[in-house]
Design a protein around this ligand. Structure first.
Ligand SMILES: [Zn+2]
Length: 312
């Protein structure tokens, strides 16, 4: 086997996997919830140690460590420059830390980039030359592939579909600006809409699942409400899919991709949201542009990031 370690450091969890990078096979994984007040490097190193031990391999059998982290990355030096979801990681040199500790090569990229690389090599993007991966979860991330190359752009931020503008003077976004797609169509936006409806006196099945509003509305909780045909949740999903379809139609009109690959917690959990978004996108995009565009769900799911990171 040709073993590498792939690490996915996100705002919610850190996932580490032992990957056979010649076929994309995930041999073993370990994960932990992200705690931004802890030292991210130390926490990740503990996970890597745990992964190596529980896989019955030695460090000498591992070729390299690839890390995908949420945020803006200096890929040459392996530094997290800034990250809204990993606030303590500003200017954090991950590459140096892990190379000093493990004495094997370390590469660092952005988490959406690594997930896109995973889908391109072993997942839903395997057959396509030009496509875009869009991940809908806490935020909305995107990776754009043209001619089998991930487009990075002048400062490495290409593909940020979550921050395309869909509303003049619109809602405040996590990026500090207004009117971004993410503020209308992410799981967090849906969560806000559901909580607002409840505040305004609407009754919802979700109340029995979130213990009076103290618990986070996860994608799985949304899924359970859809199964119960809950009106408040269905309305919030429908509104989010209206906005998401506008974003997707804009991408289709702009780059005319062969495929749009949708992934992330909300897409994986809620089929209805995936299906209605596609139907609406088909109506909104230019007919000639969408004629040859396919839609697919991410094939690698949660493992896309670690598989892609092992290939960096
Ligand atoms: Zn934004």
């Amino acid at each position: 086997m040709d073993l590498n370690i792939g690490v996915d450091i996100g705002g919610t969890k850190i996932l580490c996997g032992l990957i056979d990078h010649k076929n994309g096979c995930v041999v073993n994984t370990v994960k932990k919830k992200t705690n931004i007040s802890n030292d991210i490097c130390q926490t990740t190193a503990k996970l890597i140690d745990e992964l190596i031990e529980s896989s019955n391999v030695t460090l000498s059998q591992i070729g390299k460590i690839g890390v995908g982290a949420a945020g803006q990355i200096d890929r040459t030096n392996g530094v997290i420059l800034s990250s809204p979801n990993l606030r303590n990681c500003q200017n954090l040199n991950i590459k140096k830390y892990f190379e000093n500790k493990y004495k094997i090569p370390v590469s660092v990229g952005n988490d959406v980039e690594t997930a896109t690389l995973g889908e391109m090599t072993y997942g839903a993007g395997k057959e396509y030359r030009d496509f875009m991966c869009i991940f809908v979860g806490t935020g909305i991330g995107g990776g754009l592939v043209i001619d089998r190359k991930i487009i990075k752009g002048a400062s490495g931020t290409a593909g940020e579909i979550g921050h395309i503008k869909i509303n003049l003077n619109g809602k405040k976004c996590g990026c500090g600006k207004n009117g971004c797609l993410e503020a209308y169509a992410s799981r967090s936006a849906i969560e806000n809409n559901i909580l607002n409806a409840i505040k305004n006196g609407e009754n919802s099945y979700i109340l029995s699942l979130i213990e009076g509003g103290n618990k986070k509305i996860t994608s799985n909780i949304i899924k359970k409400c859809v199964e119960k045909n809950d009106k408040v949740v269905l309305n919030a999903l429908s509104e989010a899919s209206d906005y998401l379809s506008f974003g997707l139609a804009s991408i289709i009109n702009l780059i005319n991709p062969q495929c749009i690959i949708l992934g992330g917690g909300l897409i994986n959990a809620v089929d209805k949201f995936y299906n209605m978004t596609i139907e609406k996108t088909k109506c909104e995009a230019l007919n000639i542009a969408i004629e040859k565009t396919f839609f697919a769900k991410s094939l690698l799911g949660d493992n896309a990031g670690i598989i892609g990171a092992s290939l960096l």
